[in-house]
Design a protein around this ligand. Structure first.
Ligand SMILES: [Zn+2]
Length: 77
């Protein structure tokens, strides 16, 4: 999925974070970049339903996934 969309610069991504409330670990890298919001949401749901999730490197709790979008504002008029 390296296709560039020149019209829309929004990026839809899935991120992993620790599911423990006592821990604020968020994985520094994006899990995946999706083509649109629906896809990133569906992917996050799919990862959250996996029977074996990766563990948090800080506390060992299961990681959780969420989708988010980055709107890149062009700084040129
Ligand atoms: Zn943790």
């Amino acid at each position: 999925m390296t296709r560039q969309n020149s019209k829309m610069s929004n990026k839809f991504k899935v991120r992993a974070y620790c599911s423990s409330r006592q821990c604020d670990y968020v994985h520094p890298d994006d899990v995946v970049q999706a083509i649109n919001g629906e896809t990133s949401y569906a992917l996050a749901q799919m990862y959250n339903e996996l029977p074996s999730k990766p563990g948090c490197p800080k506390c060992g709790e299961a990681m959780a996934f969420y989708s988010y979008s980055v709107i890149e504002q062009p700084w040129l008029p």
